[in-house]
Design a protein around this ligand. Structure first.
Ligand code: NI
Length: 182
């Protein structure tokens, strides 16, 4: 397993529509494992393949629940979204330090393949439903910023550009903090 480089806002792969996975083979399983490792190193709750520079429809979500555990989303589809919506603050590992309130359906029914290539279907709600929708958006080249008003979005993009001033490139190494460090 390996922690991969994170792609940040400005990297073209974040705007690509990821390709469907034809076959869940060893490379795809490796990608799943690396997404989990990179997400955990970065202290995120979800990560999509675009964010590590790979435009394939693979993502992971782990909001810290033990049962059911982490979700592997290969070729995920939202087959139903509730009419009830909820607004809550979201951030993204590809846009560090930037947060915005996004309105999304409270509950969604999803279908996807797991790490073994087996189809599964589940209804998820609340924070998990939000995380799943955020990750599936990534696979379509959509970022949480796109759900905000034009005014709010340009404010946040300006803030992002200011924070990035002097920095070059659109990839970042994730350096896990050593365990036990204060
Ligand atoms: Ni994100």
């Amino acid at each position: 397993m390996a922690v991969r480089l994170l792609h940040l806002l400005g990297s073209p792969v974040l705007r690509q529509r990821a390709a469907r996975v034809d076959r869940v083979d060893a490379d795809v399983r490796q990608l799943v494992d690396d997404l989990f490792e990179t997400m955990r190193a970065a202290k995120g709750v979800g990560l999509a393949a675009n964010q590590v520079g790979i435009a394939q429809r693979v993502a992971v979500v782990d909001i810290g629940e033990e049962d059911p555990g982490p979700l592997v989303l290969i070729n995920p589809m939202i087959v139903h979204g509730s009419e009830d919506t909820e607004a809550a603050e979201e951030g993204c590992l590809s846009i560090p330090e930037i947060f915005g309130e996004v309105t999304r359906p409270k509950r969604v029914v999803i279908e996807a393949l797991d790490r073994e290539g087996q189809p599964w279907r589940a209804e998820v709600a609340g924070y998990k439903a939000r995380a799943v929708q955020h990750e599936i958006d990534h696979l379509d080249g959509v970022l949480f910023l796109d759900h905000l008003s034009a005014v709010k979005r340009s404010l946040l993009v300006a803030k992002w550009k200011k924070a990035r001033k002097g920095k070059t490139g659109y990839v970042k190494e994730v350096t896990p903090e050593p365990a036990g460090e204060l």
